[in-house]
Design a protein around this ligand. Structure first.
Ligand code: ADP
Ligand code: MG
Length: 623
């Protein structure tokens, strides 16, 4: 068979360009990436050989060999792992299948520095070789197959595939160094790079020359070593390898359980948010090992989905080595390990929240919305997550916990008030919270979509019901207003006048409102909408409709009038004037539309709205 010339998928071309540009001061990374892939390949073959021992490499077992050819100016990283078939070479090295790639590419700014930071989160992988190479050759033979293939590319838009010879299964990646990259031909330089980036790799990495072979790395799995022997850098490097990411871990949790169930876990919480965190297919990234043998990274039950940002490994002593991936579903041992790990993670997060609130705020901004899914999905997690949850509130710019909130509640308050919407800034300016502010009653500002779901599922905290300020039936008169606010109460329209105005509004608005009421929750705005008790919250209704749930019934709302607002006071004076009845009606309709706009809702009849607005403006201007 002759050679095939193929084109990279368009995304690869882009990623390649970015990688090469962003690695210029960090080129040695390529070696780490090649070693990381070689180690993954050995792990995969070791797993396959559990059921097919014939696939095990002979000799001294799995290994990675690095060699240089000074004459040809090339570095080769060779492994005896699983190898790649003809089609896999094309698929794995010619396309990018990872979820989130498109999002990643869209988020790039074109600014080299910013993009370099982004690529750090994405992971560069195999393509890093092109940062130092003028050409890369990959010769690979898949375990269990006889034919080997060569993949080669100069990094432009194309790569070649042709038949090749290789005595044993595995992969050799040969990087033909570009001008100026001779440092990577020096043994000392290579040893140094391997030591600093790949010492945690559990497979022996040897430097091979014509007459000598010497091991560079320690060669034992990092998580099996005593904690005291592991440096922060080694943990970091392990995290980069296992997580396929570049950022630093925000939290490292290395724990060993002995007793009824025995396992070691080395888990990390990233310091930045992965691109695909909210992708529907996103699963956790915790790899399962059994007695140091890699089994799978698809053991779904190992972590709940609300901890899907966690990366790392779990190494079990109790599961059988020949455990199949199917056997891992609903496995009692796995469930127990998960339970224990979730507890440990919660405990670590709680510690951080107490000790380093500012660092914790970073975590919360990244992953709080995901963690809160646990409040909806897993009732056994309510208590710890409610403790860990942080909120924006009307109290200031700092994040608050529910415990903070409760501690600050004024006398007589027995509910926890919140308002939900899309944008915290808009929420803080909502008319519905004016009366709470003026009375010093704190309101939580909930702006994650998941909030609409967990709040009804959880219902209360510390026996205090969570209550939306946009629902009717909140009596604010029991809280005292600040003095300055109380003074302005003197300017309120009197009750009898307001009663007449309310009646008038009801007649005008008819079916378009559920009720009209005098409000005690407004100070600055003239009107606002609230939901009747038992009706769906305003924001939830809008959100469901935006998500395409067209059959969500649109509940009519209660319109509340602010008796202290000059406009409302003025209107009370018009009620008994037959000559003014038209302008009063039109104003009532305008105010209802205004309340809808404040909610972020559309107005049903924009043409009528404009006509009314003009009418009222005209009246105002002409006398
Ligand atoms: P990642 O390692 O994050 O998946 P890479 O760009 O490093 O991304 O590698 C892409 C894919 O190519 C790997 O997922 C793997 O399937 C394949 N691959 C790369 N190097 C090897 C190797 N030495 N042996 C077998 N497969 C490999
Ligand atoms: Mg890789």
């Amino acid at each position: 068979m002759s050679e095939e010339k193929l084109r990279f998928q368009a995304e690869v071309g882009k990623v390649l360009d970015i990688v090469v540009n962003s690695l210029y001061s960090n080129k040695e990374i390529f070696l780490r990436e090649l070693i990381s892939n070689a180690s993954d390949a050995c792990d995969k073959l070791r797993y396959l050989s559990l059921t097919n021992p014939g696939l095990l490499p002979g000799g001294s077992g799995f290994g990675i060999e690095i060699s240089v050819d000074k004459k040809k100016r090339s570095v080769t990283v060779a492994d005896n792992g699983i190898g790649m078939s003809h089609d896999e070479l094309i698929e794995n090295l010619g396309t990018i299948a990872r979820s989130g790639t498109t999002q990643f590419l869209e988020s790039l700014t074109g600014d080299e520095k910013e993009d370099a930071a982004l690529i750090g989160q994405f992971g560069v992988g195999f393509y890093a070789s092109f940062a130092v190479a003028k050409k890369v050759d990959v010769v690979s033979r898949k375990a269990g197959e006889d034919q080997a293939w060569r993949w080669s590319s100069e990094g432009g838009g194309e790569f070649l595939i042709e038949e090749a010879g290789r005595d044993t299964p595995g992969t050799s990646v040969t990087v033909h160094l570009a001008k100026g990259e001779s440092e990577f031909l020096e043994e000392e330089r290579i040893r140094h790079i391997v030591k600093s980036y790949a010492d945690h790799i559990a497979i022996p990495i040897n430097f091979v020359t014509k007459d000598l072979e010497s091991q560079i790395n320690t060669g034992s799995a990092l998580w099996t070593r005593p904690k005291g022997d592991i440096t922060v850098e080694q943990y970091q490097e392990f995290y980069h390898h296992v997580g396929h990411v570049f950022d630093d871990p925000w939290l490292t949790l290395h724990t060993r359980a002995e007793g009824k169930i025995e396992y070691t876990a080395l888990l990390f919480v990233p310091s930045s948010r992965p691109f695909d965190l909210m992708h529907p297919d996103r699963r956790h990234r915790v790899k399962l090992y059994v007695k140091r043998v890699y089994i799978t990274d698809e053991c779904e039950d190992l972590m709940p989905s609300y901890l899907r940002f966690v990366r790392g490994i779990v190494d079990s002593e109790d599961l059988p080595l020949n455990v199949s991936r199917e056997m891992l579903q609903h496995n009692v041992l796995v469930t127990k390990i998960r339970g224990a790990l979730v507890k440990k993670i919660f405990a670590e997060l709680k510690k951080k929240a107490g000790k380093a609130p500012e660092e914790y705020a970073v975590f919360w901004d990244n992953f709080g919305a995901v963690l809160k899914e646990g409040l909806y999905e897993d009732h056994t997690a309510h208590e710890p997550i409610l403790e860990l949850a942080r909120f924006r509130s009307t109290n200031g710019t700092e994040l608050v916990s529910l415990a903070d909130y409760v501690a600050r509640m004024p006398e007589g308050q027995d509910e926890i008030y919140y308002i939900s919407g899309d944008d915290p800034a808009a929420l803080a300016a909502s008319p519905q919270i004016e009366g709470f502010r003026s009375r010093g009653v704190e309101v939580l500002l909930l702006s994650d979509p998941i909030d609409e779901f967990w709040v009804p599922a959880v219902g209360k905290y510390d026996d205090k019901p969570l209550k939306s300020v946009t629902s009717g039936g909140i009596d604010l008169t029991k809280f005292e207003k600040a003095d300055s606010e109380a003074a302005s109460d003197a300017d309120k329209a009197d009750d009898a006048e307001m009663a007449k105005l309310v009646l008038n509004f009801k007649q005008t608005l008819g079916e378009d409102v559920k009720d009209v009421r005098v409000s005690d929750r407004l100070t600055d705005s003239a009107v606002c909408l609230v939901a009747a008790d038992g009706d769906m919250d305003l924001h939830l209704e809008r959100m469901l409709r935006q998500q395409g749930h067209m059959n969500v019934p649109s509940a009519t709302r209660i319109l509340e009038l602010n008796p202290g607002h000059p406009l409302i006071r003025k209107l009370t004076g018009l009620v008994d004037q037959p000559a003014d009845s038209e302008i009063l009606d039109e104003t009532a309709r305008l105010l209802l539309d205004q309340a809808k706009i404040l909610e972020g809702d559309g107005i049903p009849d924009p043409a009528a709205f404009s006509r009314r607005l003009n009418l009222v403006l005209e009246r105002g201007l002409t006398g």
